[in-house]
Ligand binder design. Structure first.
Ligand code: ADP
Length: 207
């Protein structure tokens, strides 16, 4: 008989925009973790003929579906702005699909013998629904100034827009409150130093 099947550790990875969350996720993947990206799954579900599109069409109407069969994002943004309840409706369609798809990916990773599964969940601190699926939460943290500086450098978003995005996300305090492990990735943290912290976290999680 094959050796007893041990369950991989499942962790949630989160951090504000520009914290370095994706960089940390990629480092963990290089160390052998399987990365499951909630944002990517959500984009696929609302992409051309994605899994959410039938319900979106039925709930909001044909005019919210573009010619490719994808969610018409600008139009939906406008609706959500005018009618905040629409966001909750949209989320009630998308979130269960993201959960379902993430579980499926996780099951595949388990079957493939992955030692560590990392769920990259940008809004983990904002959403209670993940807690029972995760063994631990890893938060990437840095100062708001560092977030601003990184995001402005990598995109052409204006400072005010980035400030608005940061303000709309969970505060550092809220995010740290749900953390089992915090990686501090401030402006004075080199990529090598970040890699060291990621290595330590990975060992904690059994990699
Ligand atoms: P997030 O996924 O949290 O939005 P990213 O991982 O994409 O953030 O990082 C934002 C930007 O900052 C990227 O261009 C990344 O390469 C850079 N970066 C992140 N951490 C460091 C670091 N410790 N040293 C140098 N550059 C970094």
């Amino acid at each position: 008989m094959a050796a007893a099947h041990t369950h991989p550790v499942r962790i949630g990875l989160t951090g504000g925009i520009g914290s370095g969350k994706s960089t940390v996720g990629n480092m963990l993947a290089t160390l052998g973790a399987v990365l499951i990206d909630a944002d990517q799954i959500s984009r696929e579900a609302t992409g051309p003929h994605g899994a959410a599109m039938g319900a979106i069409r039925a709930t909001f109407g044909d005019e919210y579906v573009d010619a490719s069969g994808a969610l018409d994002r600008p139009r939906m943004r406008e609706l959500v702005f005018r009618q905040p309840n629409a966001r909750a409706q949209l989320e009630s369609i998308i979130h269960p699909l993201v959960t379902q798809q993430s579980s499926l990916h996780a099951q595949q990773a388990v079957a493939a013998g992955a030692p560590l599964i990392v769920h990259d969940i940008p809004l983990l601190a904002e959403s209670g629904r993940w807690a029972r699926q995760l063994d631990a939460v890893l938060v990437v943290d840095c100062s708001t100034d560092t977030q601003l500086e990184r995001v402005v450098r990598r995109s052409d978003l204006a400072l005010d827009v980035v400030r608005g995005i940061i303000a709309s996300q969970a505060s550092r305090h809220t995010r740290r409150a749900i953390a089992d492990v915090v990686i501090t990735n401030d402006a004075d943290c080199s990529l090598d130093a970040l890699q060291d912290q990621v290595g330590q976290a990975a060992r904690l999680f059994g990699l």
